[in-house]
Each structure stands twice: as structure tokens, then as C-alpha cells.
Design a protein around this ligand. Sequence first.
Ligand SMILES: *Cc1c(COP(=O)(O)O)cnc(C)c1O
Length: 396
Amino acid sequence: MNAPHPLSTWARNVSPSPTLAIDAKAKAMKAAGEDVCGFAAGEPDFDTPQFIKDAAIAALQAGQTKYAPTPGIEPLRQAVAERYAAEYGYKITPAQVVVSPGGKFSCYLGILAVCSPGDEVIVPAPYWVSYPEMVKLAGATPRFVLCDDRTAFKLTPAMLEGAITARTRMLILCSPSNPTGAVYTRAELAALAEVCVKHNLYVLSDEMYEHLMYDGGTPVNFAMLGAEVEKRTITVAGFSKTFAMTGWRLGTLVAPLPITKAVAELQSQMSSNATTFAQFGALAALKEKAKAAAALAEMKIAFDRRRRFLHAELNKIPGITCLLAGGAFYLFPNISSFGLKDVDFCAQLLEKEKVAAVPGSSFGAEGYLRLSYATSDETLRKGVERLTRFCAGLKK
Ligand SMILES: *Cc1c(COP(=O)(O)O)cnc(C)c1O
């Protein structure tokens, strides 16, 4: 008998998510009784607000346990369309909204809808770990452009121009950014949008952290930067980060109609609708505006306090430099002065001091750490103390 065939090229070429892997290892150490400070998680440490849970429970009790329309329940698509109009003046019909099982899947479907094998997709690094893998799973090729702390982790129009070829089909942008927390200004985005229109590129604008901005910053909706931009923009957002709903698996994609129709068709064969009763929880999050605003404000105050604390403490550590990020819940300190590969830095940090951090190289940028401050003040304080001691040890 022959041995079974090897696994597919898709299975062999995909890299598992390093952030989920490190977070899982830290959680396993914790479960084994070790005193681990986790800075690796990519999710809020808050629980989902009660009014959202109540709405989902009520829907479940009322029998919302069947298949729903593939692109989402009608009132939720309507509410998403209304919120884009209210927040950004982006006027769309509910038909331009697709609700998916997670913003991650929304991103993948957006890429699949417009990218074919042989196409190139520009992915600025540091990037969210899933973008390159999703591009490859669509048969397309990611083209990385390294944007380090010298450009505040942001792509410039010149860097974008330099990476475009005849085969470039899409640019992926994420502002506020996971993993750096960087936020593009409206002018910076407008300058990038101009290049995208000139070269006829689609833009996947990942606006998952739009509501987590600090220092009075207000989010920019990329599609609203111009009529030609709108025709080329696929906006992904969701509930995971804004309302601490990571486990609910709900994301939204908004785009011109031909794209959302394609996305809905792809989804109809790949997953069908997002969990029906969960969508009623999301509907409450959009409809009960006063409660939603209060829940969000509470989280933001805590994140902002931790952000300032962590930023100040990191910059006190000899050998570390860290920019103050304006959004999301991550800082991305530069640790290259220690002369250690970031992967080794993180492995030793976890081993010696039981602090879990993700190496920058996981995000395409060697020499950095991603630290999530979506963790308790107590963990932050303890973790920083340990990191300081660890770095002092390296300096000797
Ligand atoms: C968390 C996250 C997502 C998707 O989140 P879901 O949990 O799948 O809704 C998408 N993009 C970025 C940058 C994220 O950090």
C-alpha cells in the first residue's frame, strides 16, 4: 500500500497564529499554578455588557435558533447601515452589509472577493498576523512594506508607490493598528487614498479598533475620503473589541454592492449565517445607544490609564524606546538595543520572569515586542517590574 498523500499546499503553507499560540501557552502555565503576567492577549479583559447578553438570551429563549439569512438578520444589517450614516455620513443600504462569523472571517471574505491567484496585495508591516495567511489562502501574494518606528509604524505614499506593480490588486490598512496602536491622521489616509485611486487598487480598511482611540482622536472612515475611494473600499469592523465580544464571533463587512453580493455568496458556501441569536445581542449593542456608550466609556477610561502607565514605565527602562500609540490596546516597544533576536527575548522573558509578550517578528517587524495592555492594572504593574529586572540582567 502507498502511504496516504501528503497534506495540501494550503495546509502545509499556512502558519498558525503566533499570538494565539503564545497566549495559549501563558494560559496553560497559569492553569498549572504559575504566576504569569500575560501581555499577549488580543482581547479586552472586560466581560460583555449585561444588556447585550440579555438581548441574546431573550432571542435564544424566543426560539431564534434557526438558520438566518446568510448576510445577517435584516434589523442588524439595517442598524449597521444606520450607524455608518450617523457616525461618518457614509450612506449605504442594508444590502451593502454582510455580517459574518467574526471580523477575521470578514477580512478573509473581502480578500477572496477581489483577489485572484497571481494578484499581489500590499501588506504594511508590522501587520496583523492573519493578513498574509489570508492573502496566501486566496492564492494571491503578500508584498510587505516595512514601516518601522522611524515612520511611527505608518505607510507613506512614497513607500506605497514604490511597492505597486502591474499585478497589485489591493492594499490592506489597519488604523488604529493591531499590533502597534498607531493611528493614521485623516490627511495621511487621504494621501494614501489618492495613490490607491491613481493605481486602481482596492483597499481593505480594517477598522476593528475605530472606537478605541485616545487623546481626543476621532476615527476616520476610509471609504468617505472620496467617491472614487468609496468604490474601492471594503470596510471591516465588528463587535469583538468595541463591546468585549470576542467569543461571540461577529464581524461586519461594508462595501459597494457587487462586492457584498460576492461576499454573501462566498459565505453562503463556507459558513452560512453568523450565529442567529448572537446577532440579536449585536443588534442591542447598536440600538441601545446610551447603554453602549456608557459601557464603551468605562473600558476606554481603563485602557487609557493603562496605556499612559505602560508607555511611561517602558521608556524608563534603559535600552527600550516606545512610541505613545493613539489607539487600540497595544504598545510596540523597540528592544533591538539588547542585541537579542526578539523571539529569544520573548522566550527568555517567559522562562525567567513569567511575562508573556509577542515578538515583533510575528508581525513582520524584528526587534520589537507587542504588549497588550488589555489586562488588569495589577498585572501591568507586576509585569513592568519583571520586565525591568529582566532587561537589567541583559545589560550586564
Ligand atoms: C481582533 C481583530 C480582528 C477580528 O476580530 P474578530 O474577533 O474576528 O471579530 C480583525 N482585525 C484586527 C486587526 C483585530 O485585531
